[in-house]
Write a protein that binds this ligand. Structure first.
Ligand SMILES: C[S@@+](CC[C@H](N)C(=O)[O-])C[C@H]1O[C@@H](n2cnc3c(N)ncnc32)[C@H](O)[C@@H]1O
Length: 286
């Protein structure tokens, strides 16, 4: 195991927000650069969603949507372009929200709003919006940044109207256990951290997942591992009821060197579906 991946000392735990925000602020510029996110479909009027979300999200026309950890607002804009009545994106990174506002304006949308907040403090940032949303949307690289899933699930419960739904898609927590560090054979991954150890997990990695040439100065991040059962338990404690959950052999980014792209553009195993790489779920507020 890479020594920079050992759990942080308890005294450093309070740093998670500061370190992660600095990292995401810096990544935003990279993601807006030439090897960053492809926003051309958004600018052409209908932003592309990844194959999993596209297949599962359903009809969003007329919905009020809260997009948690919206990053550049690409999915927020894509949902608005699919006819959502109102889309509110929340993120703690000021440059990401500037980018989201710019993209939305470029696309001529007037029903989006981007709000600066730690996602766990969303109720304080949106005090008028208790029960105001039909759909809470959050996808791909979100809960790993959050230490407290109960607080996350409570935000979702706060925002949804009765009958409203959460749509969540992310890397499968089992797949997060593995990493290319310590590769053993034929591109298959070694261990990253134990499935059942929540962390905090401290990384020092100057690379960016979009731009292979980028080197981040703010390279330290703090992540948390949430097991499948802990995700479901947090949603249940917040009063949400699971509608469905799916496990997928594909992921929207390349998780391991040996993975290959499938016909839908997802990264998957080269030969057989060894482990789930992502999961998605829908949960309802009764
Ligand atoms: C991988 S991106 C989100 C995924 C998005 N679908 C995408 O691929 O563009 C992670 C986002 O989470 C945000 N983030 C991380 N921790 C956060 C927190 N505690 N509160 C709010 N936003 C946070 C980061 O600023 C970043 O924009």
């Amino acid at each position: 195991m890479n020594p920079s991946w050992m759990p942080m000392a308890a005294s450093s735990t309070s740093d998670w927000r500061r370190l992660n925000q600095a990292n995401w602020d810096e990544r935003t510029a990279v993601h807006l650069g030439p090897r960053g996110y492809d926003l051309s479909s958004h600018r052409s009027g209908r932003g592309e969603l990844d194959a999993i979300v596209e297949a599962e999200i359903g009809d969003v026309s007329g919905l009020a949507i809260l997009h948690l950890q919206c990053h550049l607002g690409d999915d927020s804009v894509a949902l608005a372009q699919r006819g959502a009545r109102r889309v509110v994106g929340v993120d703690f990174s000021p440059p990401a929200l500037d980018a989201a506002r710019n993209l939305s304006a470029e696309c001529g949308l007037n029903n989006t709003r981007f709000v600066l907040s730690d996602v766990l403090c969303t109720p304080a940032a949106l005090p008028e919006d208790a029960g105001a949303f039909d759909l809470v949307f959050t996808s791909w690289g979100t809960i790993c940044w959050l230490p407290d899933l109960d607080a996350w699930a409570e935000v979702i419960g706060y925002a949804l109207r009765p009958g409203g739904a959460l749509y969540f898609a992310d890397m499968h927590p089992v797949a997060r256990v593995f990493d290319d560090e310590g590769i053993r054979a034929a591109g298959f991954p070694g261990w990253r951290f134990p499935y059942f150890e929540h962390g905090p997990w401290h990384f020092d990695d100057a690379a960016d997942y979009m731009d292979a040439e980028a080197r981040l100065a703010n390279s330290r991040t703090v992540e948390f591992q949430h097991t499948l059962s802990s995700i479901l338990a947090a949603l249940r404690r917040a009063g949400l009821r699971l509608d469905w959950l799916r496990e997928h052999p594909g992921l929207v980014w390349k998780p391991f060197a040996g993975c290959v792209r499938d016909a839908q553009g997802l990264w998957t195993w080269p030969d057989r579906p060894w482990l789930p790489l992502s999961l998605s779920l829908r949960a309802l507020k009764p």
